[in-house]
Design a protein around this ligand. Structure first.
Ligand code: NAD
Length: 373
């Protein structure tokens, strides 16, 4: 029987990667050890884990000592005694922060990072990036609506009629599409832009207007992701978007390119041309930001425009995010338990395995990140 451990995240990361239902799902395949209060901030009590069949343990060291497979979100193993081979499975973002590789390499352990999941049909149920993207897009709209000085839907009242807010969504991937859908449900007028030509139809099918800018480079081999654009093209986008930004009450930016700094789509000059009271929520803050004024996890005010750069907005909706993560992680674990002896032949394990017994084995991480050792 496998021994799986669930580690508690940092206080500001309120999520847990395996819920009590996830523990039940793995019954018969694994014994689960859970660090006390690992699920508490997400609404899962220690008692619920016990009822589901997990053993609650006081300290992280105890969980690490008992389990051979350690699960977390972005909590990292801090070092310390290891009594046998350990496999760490998480959402480690080694592409963005390659310095995190060092410890896993030094300690000779194995680490899988689920943010490297291939965008294939088979991998869809394990796609943590999509789960996090959906919740982030939804939550970004609520945050913007709450910080905006204007209401979102059209409201007719005794004092007159309030016009619907105009939302501009930059980047129409998973987070952007969910932001569009949420803003539409709230009654906003929504416009959106993405460099991937394929996103036009998706944007329009949600009832939003697609902003056309000709000349983007699209690469069919990029696994469904956008590729880096020339500075001349980005300048052309900014010129076109400046006109829309001046009319927007809210801008939500989600544009990212894996392993690269996020493209600049909103400049200070554009912010100066926006309406006082407007709000920008920059979901690319952790990878440099789509707005030049964004500061990660800090509120910036410029020209009476509020600029927010939340880096873990999905954690504020911790119960729902954990529900999705738990399904993603338990599907991945079931797959891992069946296929781990043939990693080289399995695209899902090959793509997500980063460090194997201390050795950096992931080509994508090797190419895009700078290894420490
Ligand atoms: P992401 O988070 O890497 O990027 C967000 C969006 O930013 C993308 O739509 C990207 O095109 C856009 N972007 C990048 N540079 C831009 C620029 N300069 N200007 C405007 N927009 C820019 O992407 P994501 O949300 O994770 O999804 C990327 C694609 O993968 C989407 O097509 C999505 O539907 C697809 N996908 C497929 C699967 C699957 O098949 N299993 C799962 C999830 C996502």
């Amino acid at each position: 029987m496998e021994r799986i451990g669930i580690l508690k995240e940092r206080a500001d990361r309120r999520v847990v990667v395996l819920s009590p239902a996830g523990v039940e799902r793995l019954a018969g395949k694994a014994t689960v050890f859970v660090q006390r209060d690992a699920g508490r901030a997400a609404g899962f009590t220690n008692e619920a884990y016990t009822v589901a069949g997990a053993q609650v343990m006081e300290r992280e060291e105890d969980v690490i000592a008992q389990a051979n497979i350690l699960l977390s979100y972005d909590h990292h193993y801090q070092g310390g005694p290891l009594n046998e081979d350990k496999t760490f499975i998480g959402f480690f973002n080694f592409l963005g922060v390659p310095s995190k590789l060092e410890l896993y390499q030094r300690e000779g352990v194995t680490a899988y990072s689920l943010d490297l999941m291939p965008r294939t049909t088979l991998a869809q149920a394990m796609d943590v990036l999509s789960s996090v993207g959906s919740i982030s897009g939804y939550q970004a709209v609520l945050l913007a609506a709450e910080r905006s000085l204007a209401t979102v839907p059209m409201i007719t009242s005794a004092g007159g009629t309030l016009r619907p807010a105009v939302f501009l969504i930059m980047g129409a991937g998973v987070a952007g599409l969910q932001a569009i859908a949420t803003a539409r449900r709230l009654g906003a007028v929504v416009k959106a832009y993405d460099v991937r030509a394929a996103s036009r139809e998706e944007v329009q099918s949600l009832g939003a207007e697609f902003i056309e800018v000709e000349g983007a480079v699209n690469d069919r081999d990029a696994g469904g992701y956008a590729v880096q654009q020339s500075e001349a093209f980005l300048a052309q986008v900014r010129e076109r978007i400046a006109q829309e930004a001046a009319k927007a009450d809210v801008i939500i930016t989600t544009a990212r390119i894996p392993g690269k700094k996020a493209p600049v789509l909103i400049t200070e000059e554009m912010v100066m041309g926006m309406k006082p009271g407007a709000v920008i929520v920059d979901l690319a803050a952790a990878s440099g930001g789509n707005c030049t004024l964004t500061q990660p996890d800090t509120t910036v005010m410029r020209n009476e425009v509020t600029i927010l750069g939340p880096t873990s907005i999905e954690c504020s909706c911790a119960h729902s995010t954990s529900f999705l993560l738990s399904n993603n992680y338990s599907t991945f674990i079931e797959h891992f338990l069946v296929k781990r002896e043939s990693v080289a032949e399995d695209e899902i394990l090959r793509s997500t395995l980063v460090v194997q017994n201390g050795e950096l084995v992931n080509e994508r991480v090797r190419a895009l990140a700078t290894p420490i050792l």
